[in-house]
Design a protein. Structure first.
Length: 478
């Protein structure tokens, strides 16, 4: 909850999916291999102790030879460890390509880019295959090399023992046979240990990625306060706020603004002027680079994050619909709501009619990102979801942008009723939707250039008047 959205905006979703699925499974395997290695090493200690009790001379010679073999195999283990990073990188890229292809299938088909995406997919999968084969070639070489060297050592020990130790009377034949039997049992254990070393080398890349994922010192965590937000009493104030996704490149400059309780504040400006970014600072998706956001005289960073977010609802232009039923989508974040409240929210959002026309009504499964719905239908479900929360603070980011003119009028009437007694921050390109706002704030290149009542700003013939005139001329042309 405290991780800033900037982390996700700089991370590929496919890479995160790969780490949370494939690489976590490899970490699980690494624990199994580690446990297996521990048991085999324990058994190795028992056998080596027995060998020293039978003949310390042959034991030292055997250990020196096996140690040399282990040092030689370490080069292969090192290669496996190094290529594991490339395997993780290739797997992450492959998953990213696949996720992007699935999420963008509509655009791919619209631009007839199937062949391009096919080549991109094949290149990514071929890269995974080549790097995996390279890593496996080093890993699989450990066992035969180790087996052959260990067998050679065993044969050498037999020759040395029967040509030197037995004729000189330094060992009895029975003791020698017992020593060789223990050594013979030791060789498979050494082989298994070497294999386990190779397997652990394969997990180095995934373990490093998961370690990086779990690090907190290199991620933009938000400071979580201890004060519980019980509701807005007076106002939300922006005090000389600067913000940039990259601190060296500011998006908002010296924002000083008061949003009073129970009023509707409209943010107006061209695309890229910073309207959505300003609104995103209220639920603390990001923290200001400089300045403060104050709620009822208290710095917003002193509040417990979720206590603030539970008191607000957001309807954005980028509506997200979950792959579940209509009912669960509307009730998302309000799981205790009953069917009567869900139905009423759908009705108020002008969504009830089309929901009832669906094959299974409120139980209809909507598919990934709501692919079975039109853009306007998805937007109305998002509005119903916000209505069900009965929020104290409502953020509308182009909430009616995907609706036809009839639905827009109905939704606008519903939103006006909803806004009574609530604090509303609305972002709109269509000035007709904000003419009744208590305050209009005009932004340009991340700065507030005008703020005041709608009619007052029009009379000043400033920036808002230019936008109004432009839209009026376009409307007349249409």
């Amino acid at each position: 909850q405290r991780l800033s959205l900037s982390y996700f905006s700089h991370s590929r979703s496919g890479a995160l999916v790969y780490s949370l699925t494939t690489e976590l499974e490899k970490i699980n395997q690494a624990f199994d291999v580690t446990a297996f290695l521990f048991t085999r090493v324990s058994l190795l200690v028992v056998y080596v102790t027995s060998m020293f009790l039978l003949s310390w001379q042959l034991s030292i010679a055997s250990l020196m030879l096996f140690s040399l073999m282990s040092v030689g195999l370490s080069n292969l283990v090192k290669r496996v460890r190094e290529t594991s990073f490339d395997v993780s990188k290739a797997g992450s890229n492959f998953t990213s390509v696949a996720v992007e292809f699935i999420n963008g299938i509509r655009t791919v088909k619209a631009f007839a880019s199937q062949e391009f995406e096919r080549r991109r997919f094949y290149n990514a999968s071929e890269n995974v295959a080549n790097i995996t084969i390279k890593s496996a070639s080093f890993g699989y070489a450990i066992e035969p090399i180790g087996e052959s060297v260990a067998t050679t050592i065993l044969i050498g020990m037999i020759i040395v023992a029967f040509t030197i130790f037995v004729p000189n009377g330094q060992m009895q034949a029975a003791s020698l046979l017992t020593f060789l039997f223990v050594l013979f049992r030791l060789i498979p254990i050494i082989r298994l240990i070497n294999n386990a070393r190779g397997r652990l080398g394969e997990f180095t890349g995934p373990m490093n990625n998961i370690k990086e994922l779990l690090r907190t010192d290199n991620k933009p965590y938000l400071q979580n306060g201890n004060v519980q937000f019980s509701g807005l009493q007076r106002a939300i104030e922006f005090a000389s706020v600067d913000f940039g996704y990259d601190p060296s490149n500011l998006v908002l400059h010296d924002i000083t603004l008061t949003i009073n309780k129970g009023e509707t504040t409209a943010l107006v400006g061209a695309s890229g002027s910073g309207k959505t970014t300003l609104a995103d600072l209220i639920p603390r998706f990001y923290d200001p680079t400089a300045g403060k956001i104050i709620i009822d005289g208290i710095d917003i960073q002193e509040f417990e994050i979720n206590s603030v977010r539970r008191k607000l609802a957001i309807v954005s232009q980028d509506t997200f619909i979950f792959n579940t039923s209509v009912r669960n989508n509307i009730a998302y974040g309000s799981e205790q709501a009953d069917d009567v409240a869900i139905r009423e929210a759908a009705k108020l959002a002008n969504a009830l009619d089309f929901i009832l026309d669906l094959s299974e009504g409120f139980d209809t499964q909507l598919g990934d990102r709501g692919v079975r719905l039109s853009g306007g239908q998805r937007q109305r479900l998002a509005i119903a979801r916000a209505l069900l929360r009965a929020p104290e603070i409502l953020i509308l980011d182009e909430a009616t942008s995907a609706l036809d003119s009839v639905s827009e009028r109905l939704i606008q009437e519903s939103l006006e009723k909803l806004a009574v007694g609530r604090t509303v921050i609305t972002i709109a390109h269509r000035l007709s939707t904000i003419s009744k706002a208590d305050k209009v704030v005009v932004l340009e290149q991340g700065r507030i250039v005008e703020q005041g009542k709608y009619q007052e700003l029009l009379e000043k013939r400033g920036k808002l008047w230019k936008y109004h005139k432009m839209q009026h001329e376009v409307g007349q042309t249409n």
